[in-house]
Design a protein around this ligand. Sequence first.
Ligand code: HEC
Ligand code: HEC
Length: 223
Amino acid sequence: MSNNSAKNLFIYGSLICFIALIVLTIDTMGTLDKRAPEITEKVDAGKKVWHKYDCIGCHTIFGNGSYFAPDMTKATERKPKGYLKKFLLDPRTIKPDAAMPRLGMSEEEADDLLAFLDWTSKVDTNNWPPKPVLAVATAGRGSGQGQMLFQKHDCAACHQIQGLGGTAGPDLTNVGNRRPDIDWHIRHLKDPSSVVSGSAMPAFANLTDEELKALAEYLTTLK
Ligand code: HEC
Ligand code: HEC
């Protein structure tokens, strides 16, 4: 390559990279404010509660904070708000050995916090943080309708089967031994607090009778 063509390659190469940078920057700036929903007064109040109780001393959010407790960026995406509110007010009513302390917040503070966590959950973070792969692995085994419903409704977000899944609810590995009654499961799925008083499990009332039966049958086979 002659000196001259090396010089041209350098000049035009730099120019093309520079133009690409400008175009991509403009493109990003144009979509930036569409990536987060509107900040309401409740969201703002919730962020103040978040600081008041130093949640970030244990949890991460948007990549900041401590690694003692689960990430909160997408909290309301994975768990229903009714469950989260109960947990915030008193973690041990849900998880007897919870490491999160009872912070003593009011109902209103919990509602504000959930508005804030709902806002962060809706911010487009390019799928960050990645979802745990464990839940998928649990549900991947077997192919019956009940098992597919278990996967579809993300029960593994709260329940473990043979070591895989979340820990918000009881381990279901041997639930069929403890709870052999199909009707009990159907009632529990439709309205958990009708059979377990004060249950924090969300109701799955929108399942059809046939789906409830399939799911309940699957649960009684876990032993
Ligand atoms: C002393 C550390 C600590 C503080 C402070 C703390 N947490 Fe937690 N939190 C935890 C731990 C640990 C867990 C995991 C469950 C468990 O074992 O308690 C958790 C779980 C949670 C969960 C349930 C997650 C799930 O998927 O079930 C929510 C929601 C939550 N924290 C929100 C908050 C908010 C909001 C604050 C501030 C108001 C806060 N936490 C303050 C330690 C803490
Ligand atoms: C947001 C968390 C959460 C989700 C999602 C969830 N559960 Fe639960 N589950 C709980 C909690 C908390 C309990 C304990 C209270 C109770 O028994 O109702 C529980 C209890 C149970 C029990 C009783 C276990 C026992 O030992 O008595 C069964 C069975 C069960 N869940 C099945 C399911 C199925 C099936 C799904 C999906 C369709 C599901 N759960 C989704 C939180 C959850």
